[in-house]
Design a protein around this ligand. Structure first.
Ligand code: NAD
Length: 486
């Protein structure tokens, strides 16, 4: 183990967490956790299967009535304690994220803080569950609307934000009065298990939060979605898997919140403040090493400033220190695994073969580890695969455009609709373009959209529903209408 790890939990939490107990998988199976900086396993975690997943559902179901009946203030205070405990252990959480995900420590610290904020935000939201009372148009009746916890919720999270994607779901679920089974990504189970330990320490009762790691996500999640005790699926991951799970959930008409893939355009108009645009591009592209659903995937820059923007972006990208995420000074860590790195490189090669130029980067370094250099491509041809697929790596393809209409058409020419970025100093243009972009989130002169207080989510094939803000709470509440007269 790296000597740089000074505060990671000892022992690591490496068992399943079911009904408040740490336990091995029913069949005693385990799965290795690999450090992407070395390609070597550094821990192994209990790998549950269908039986473990259904045990967790049973525990969540048993705990549900008491948790739903727990006063909102009490639920809020438990979440607030979780926020405080997690904040006190931010470095420990961040170092664990680095170990299993690979990202640079500054990114991991950013994620850990962002993740903890969901507990604080939803501690505050737990006591703000409202209803409605109206007089029916006839005047004779009253329309009483109340919101109740939706019930046992299955939460499925990806590896790219192992802490934040978990807390962004657990926070609102617990605030709403729901009990949960979390199935984290197999690549990054340790952070989720540490968060479960923090929640238990904060006072979450047994069975309210369960974590089941598995090597067989398909069968385990399918079994849960076909269990009549389950009423909700909240999924973050690829569109491909999301489509499979929507079909699975359809059999029982389970309510689904889906945070899926993205293909974010980053528009720079000639009147933009280029210093700000480059700084914003570095955040939008390089936060998390490009492994973010909101990552700027395609840069459309107006002709008069395209060359200058590309050169400045390449210069900024070249400055980044690449290395193992825990090494002091590292700003860019490795990608999560070999398949991810190879996919990024294939897209780059395809663009270069199609006539693009690499202003920086573009070559895979020698191992060990799954590193890819910061790369800027100019002159990328319309229709290149790199403009149509999620790159999920530190690569910025730049395309120039002439008119506003042309830029909007190119930006919207995708089945995805998660995040888009616009840089212009003309406020009217900024708002006009923002309105015409078919995306759930638009960053106007900003490189970052994520905020626990804001509704995060996509349109088209980027998802259904919203996480964060007040909207995130509503995803875990069912509306009940009581027709009454008095
Ligand atoms: P993924 O879809 O491969 O996996 C996501 C989760 O689903 C993991 O827990 C995985 O183990 C599980 N899974 C995989 N196959 C499954 C199956 N057949 N049945 C049930 N569960 C299954 O995605 P990933 O590679 O872990 O994450 C990257 C993707 O997530 C990217 O597409 C990214 O855009 C997306 N993402 C979206 C958001 C968002 O908020 N919209 C946030 C982060 C990541």
């Amino acid at each position: 183990m790296s000597e740089l790890i000074t505060t990671h939990p000892d022992p690591l939490f490496t068992d399943l967490f079911v009904d408040g107990q740490w336990r091995p998988a029913a069949d005693k199976a385990r799965v290795d956790v690999v450090d992407p900086a070395t390609g070597e396993a550094f821990a192994s975690v209990a790998a549950g299967d269908v039986a473990d997943a259904l045990d967790a559902v049973a525990a969540a179901h048993r705990a549900a009535p008491a948790w739903a009946a727990t006063p909102p203030r009490e639920r809020a205070e438990i979440l607030r304690r979780a926020y405080e405990l997690m904040t006190a252990r931010l470095t420990e959480v961040a170092e664990l994220i680095v170990r299993e995900n690979g990202k640079a420590l500054p990114d991991a610290l950013g994620e850990a803080g962002y993740a903890a904020e969901f507990f604080r935000w939803y501690a505050e939201e737990a006591v703000r569950i409202d209803g409605d009372l109206r007089i029916a148009p006839s005047g004779a009746n009253r329309i009483l609307v109340t919101r109740q916890p939706i019930g046992v919720s299955v939460l499925v999270t990806p590896w790219n934000f192992p802490a934040a994607m978990a807390t962004r779901k657990i926070g609102p679920a617990l605030a709403a009065g729901c009990t949960v089974v979390l199935k984290p990504a197999t690549e990054t189970p340790l952070t989720a298990l540490l968060i479960a330990a923090i929640l238990a320490e904060a006072g979450v009762p047994d069975g309210v939060v369960n974590v089941v790691v598995t090597r067989r996500s398909g069968p385990a999640v399918s079994a849960m979605l076909h269990d009549p005790r389950v009423r909700k699926l909240s999924f973050t991951g690829s569109t491909e898997v999301g489509v499979v799970l929507l079909k699975e959930a359809a059999d029982q008409v389970i309510s689904c919140s889906m945070e899926l893939g993205g293909n974010a355009p980053f528009l720079v108009f000639a009147d933009a403040d280029l210093d700000q645009a480059v700084a914003g591009a570095m955040v939008a592209k390089m936060r998390n090493g490009g492994e973010a659903c909101t990552a700027a995937n395609r840069f459309y820059v107006q002709e008069p400033v395209a060359a200058e923007f590309s050169a400045r972006l390449a210069a900024a990208m070249e400055q980044l220190a690449t290395g193992p995420g825990l090494d002091p000074g590292t700003q860019l860590g490795p990608l999560v695994n070999a398949a991810a790195r190879d996919k990024v490189h294939d897209l780059v090669r395809g663009a270069l073969d199609g006539g693009a130029t690499a202003l920086t980067g573009g070559a895979v370094p020698e191992g060990p580890g799954y590193f890819y250099p910061p790369t800027v491509l100019s002159g990328v041809r319309a229709g290149a695969a790199i403009l149509g697929e999620e790159i999920f790596g530190p690569v910025a393809p730049v395309v120039s455009f002439t008119t506003e209409d042309e830029a909007i058409a190119a930006a919207n020419d995708t089945p995805y609709g998660l995040a888009a970025y616009v840089y212009t100093t003309d406020l009217a243009r900024g708002l006009r373009v923002s309105e015409r972009l078919e995306f759930g989130m638009v960053a106007l002169n900003r490189g970052l959209v994520s905020d626990p207080a804001a509704p995060f989510g996509g349109v088209k094939q980027s998802g259904l529903g919203r996480e964060g803000g007040h909207d995130g709470l509503l995803e875990f509440l069912e509306t009940k209408y009581i027709a009454t007269s008095w």
